[in-house]
Design a protein around this ligand. Structure first.
Ligand code: DGT
Ligand code: CA
Ligand code: CA
Ligand code: ZN
Length: 575
C-alpha cells in the first residue's frame, strides 16, 4: 500500500471502531496517526519507523507497518467481519458519516438501507439526538438517489467495468478476434451500456461461455448474432455482444461503434456512390455484389476516407476532415505531464518516487505541482515550504541527464480573486498552475474576475480544470469558457485538459473551439497516485475527439520548447 492508501485504511479503522462503539480514545489514536502521516512530507518507504513520528504510538505504528508490507491489517479485517455488511454503503450517503451511522446502528439497530428507510418512514430517526425531521427527509432522498441507476454512467466507472470484463473475455476460447464498440470505444463522457464485437467460429459454444462470465445476473437476449447480459455491479450494467464471422468483423465493428450521426454520414457517402453500407459489408446497388473488408482502415479507404479514430466519430465534420491525410495526437506524441501531487500535499508518493514513475512511462519531463496553503484539507504548501520543496526538486532533477523535473505549484485562486502565493516565490518556480477549489456557487462575473486575475499574472502558466465539474456528480462553476479560451490565447496561458475520467474538462466541444481561438492546451493527469499517471491515455483520447493537433498541445513539446512557452509569458508581460 502507498501512503494515501494507508491513510485511508487508518481512517476507515477509526470509522468502523466508532460504529462498533469503541471508546473515543481508541478511535482518535487512529485518526491522529492518519494525520501524522499526512503532515509528514516523506513517502511511506522513506519513513522507516512510523513510531518515531509524534502522534503515532506503538500500536498504530504496527498497524501502519502491516498495511504497508502486506496491504492488509488484522484489526481492519476483524472490524469488517464484525460490522453488518449493509452498513458500509450507508457511510457514503450524503449527510451521513461515521458518527451518524454509529448512532443509527447502536440506538435503532439499523443494519442496511432497507432498515434505515423503514426507520425514517416511521419517524424514529428524527427522535435521535443530533438528528431531526430535516435530516430524516434528507436521508430518505439520499436513499432514493442511491438506489436508482442514472441512465448514463461516467466513463470512469464503465472503463473499470470494461477492464474487468475484458480480463475474462481474453480467457474465452473460440474467439478469433474481438473489440470494444459503442460509446466506450468512442470515449464518450458518459456511457449507457457496453458493446463488444466478437469474431467467432462456433457460435453456440461462445454463447454458453458468455453467460458464464463473472457477475452475470441476467440474460437479456441470447441469439445467434447477439447476446445481451446484465452484470450485477454497484450498478446493473448491460453488455451487448455481437457475434459475427470474420469477413464481416470490420464492418460490424464500424457499424456498432457509431456514433449514430457518424453512421448517417457514412451511409450518405456510400449512397452518393451507388452503394449501401451495412454491418455485413458494402453492397453495390446495381450488381448486388457485397465487398467485405479485413480492417476498418480498408473500409474507410474504400469510401475515399482516411482512417477516422473512433473518438472522433462524432458525426461532426470528421468525414470532411479525413478526406485528406490528417493527424490528431497520439499517446506516443506526449512527452511529459505538468500536473501532479506528492506527499508534500495530498499525493501518495515522494517527489523522487513520482519522478521514477513518470520517467518509467517514457516521458522526458514532468512538473511537481502540489497544492498551495489555502487548500488546508490537502495540506497545501506555504511560501516557506515551497522554497524547501524547490530545493528537493532540484536535487532529484540532478539525478537525471535524460529527464527533467520542473518545480511547480497548483496555486489556489482565492474566493476574493487574490492569488494564494506571493509573487516573489512564484517567480522562482518553473511552472505555475492556478485553480479554483472554493466558492463554486459564485456568480459568473465573480468567477471570471478570479480567473482573470490568474490569466493576467505573469507567472501563471496554466489554468487547471477550467470548469471544475465532476462528471455525473457536480456541475462545476459558472465560467464563461469562450472568453476564457480567448483570454488564455491572448495572455499566453495554457488551459488544462484534465485527463482524470471523472473530470475531463475541457469537454470535447470546448476543445474544438480552442482550435478556433488558438489556445494552447495542456493535457494533465493531476495524478495523486502512480496509477493515475496512466490517465494520460484518456486525456489524449479526449483531445483526439476534438481533432486537436500536436502543435496545439503543450505536452508534445520537447523540454526546450516547453521552457520557451513557460518563459514566454513573463517576457510578454514585461514588455
Ligand atoms: P450508449 O447510449 O452510451 O450506449 O451509446 P452507444 O453509441 O454505445 O449506443 P448503443 O449501445 O445503443 O449502440 C451502439 C452503436 O450501434 C451506436 O453508436 C450506433 C450503432 N447502431 C447501429 N444501428 C443501430 C440501431 O438500430 N440501434 C441502435 N441503438 N444502435 C445502432
Ligand atoms: Ca453502448
Ligand atoms: Ca448497446
Ligand atoms: Zn491538482
Amino acid at each position: 500500500m502507498n501512503k494515501k492508501e494507508v491513510i485511508q485504511a487508518l481512517e476507515t479503522i477509526a470509522v468502523y471502531m466508532e460504529i462498533k462503539g469503541e471508546n473515543t480514545f481508541k478511535t482518535s489514536a487512529y485518526r491522529k496517526a492518519a494525520q501524522a502521516l499526512e503532515q509528514d512530507e516523506r513517502s511511506l518507504a522513506e519513513i522507516e519507523n512510523p513510531a518515531s513520528l509524534s502522534g503515532i504510538g506503538k500500536g498504530t505504528a504496527a498497524v501502519i507497518q502491516e498495511l504497508r508490507d502486506t496491504g492488509q491489517a488484522g484489526v481492519l479485517e476483524t472490524l469488517k467481519a464484525d460490522i453488518p455488511e449493509g452498513l458500509i454503503p450507508l457511510l457514503d450517503l450524503q449527510g451521513l458519516g461515521g458518527r451518524k451511522v454509529a448512532k443509527l446502528y447502536q440506538e435503532l439497530q439499523i443494519t442496511d438501507a432497507a432498515s434505515l428507510k423503514q426507520a425514517c418512514e416511521s419517524g424514529h430517526v428524527r427522535e435521535l439526538s443530533g438528528f431531526g425531521a430535516k435530516t430524516e427527509e434528507k436521508i430518505l432522498a439520499a436513499l432514493e438517489d442511491a438506489g436508482s441507476r442514472p441512465e448514463r454512467l461516467p466513463v470512469a466507472f464503465m472503463l473499470e467495468t470494461a477492464e474487468m470484463l475484458e480480463e475474462a473475455i481474453r480467457g474465452l476460447t473460440g474467439i478469433k478476434r474481438w473489440a470494444r464498440a459503442g460509446s466506450l470505444r468512442r470515449m464518450e463522457e458518459t456511457v449507457k451500456d457496453l458493446d463488444y464485437i466478437l469474431s467467432v467460429e462456433n457460435t453456440d459454444a461462445v454463447r454458453t461461455e458468455l453467460q458464464e462470465l463473472p457477475h452475470v445476473s441476467a440474460v437479456i437476449a441470447d441469439g445467434a448474432s447477439k447476446v445481451s447480459l446484465e452484470l450485477a455491479l454497484s450498478y446493473p450494467v448491460q453488455v451487448d455482444f455481437r457475434l459475427t464471422d470474420d469477413d464481416a468483423f470490420a464492418t460490424t465493428l464500424h457499424h456498432f461503434t457509431g456514433s449514430k450521426d457518424h453512421n448517417v454520414q457514412i451511409r450518405q457517402i456510400a449512397k452518393s456512390r451507388g452503394e449501401r453500407v451495412s454491418e455485413y459489408g458494402i453492397e453495390n446497388l446495381e450488381s448486388k455484389e457485397v465487398t467485405s473488408f479485413s480492417s476498418e482502415e480498408a473500409f474507410f479507404h474504400y469510401l475515399g476516407l482516411y482512417y477516422i479514430p473512433p473518438e472522433a466519430r462524432r458525426g461532426a465534420d470528421e468525414t470532411i476532415t479525413y478526406q485528406q491525410p490528417y493527424e490528431t495526437v497520439e499517446r506516443s506524441d506526449i512527452k511529459g505531464d505538468l500536473h501532479m501531487h506528492t506527499t508534500w500535499s495530498d499525493g501518495a508518493l515522494s517527489v523522487e518516487e513520482m519522478a521514477e514513475e513518470v520517467r518509467s512511462r517514457g516521458h522526458e519531463w514532468m512538473a511537481v505541482t502540489d497544492h498551495s496553503k489555502f487548500l488546508q484539507v490537502a495540506h497545501g504548501l506555504d511560501e516557506e515550504r515551497i522554497l524547501r520543496q524547490i530545493e528537493e526538486i532540484r536535487r532529484v532533477n540532478e539525478k537525471y541527464d535524460d529527464f527533467t523535473v520542473l518545480a511547480g505549484i497548483e496555486m489556489d485562486i482565492r474566493p476574493d480573486g487574490t492569488l494564494d502565493i506571493e509573487d516573489e516565490v512564484l517567480s522562482q518556480l518553473d511552472v505555475v498552475i492556478a485553480s479554483i477549489h472554493s466558492s463554486f456557487s459564485q456568480s459568473r462575473e465573480d468567477i471570471m474576475m478570479r480567473l482573470d486575475a490568474a490569466l493576467q499574472h505573469p507567472s501563471v502558466n496554466i489554468i487547471a480544470h477550467p470548469t471544475g465539474r465532476l462528471i455525473g456528480r457536480r456541475e462545476g462553476y459558472d465560467a464563461d469558457v469562450q472568453t476564457l479560451l480567448e483570454k488564455a490565447a491572448e495572455t499566453g496561458t495554457a488551459l488544462e485538459l484534465n485527463a482524470n475520467p471523472n473530470r475531463l474538462d475541457l469537454s470535447a466541444a470546448w476543445l474544438r473551439k480552442a482550435v478556433e481561438t488558438n489556445t494552447v492546451i495542456s493535457i494533465n493527469t493531476d495524478a495523486h497516485t502512480p496509477k493515475m499517471l496512466d490517465h494520460m491515455e484518456i486525456g489524449t483520447a479526449s483531445a483526439k475527439k476534438a481533432l486537436l493537433q500536436k502543435e496545439q498541445i503543450l505536452n508534445t513539446r520537447n523540454i526546450d520548447d516547453l521552457r520557451a512557452f513557460l518563459e514566454g509569458k513573463k517576457e510578454r508581460t514585461e514588455r
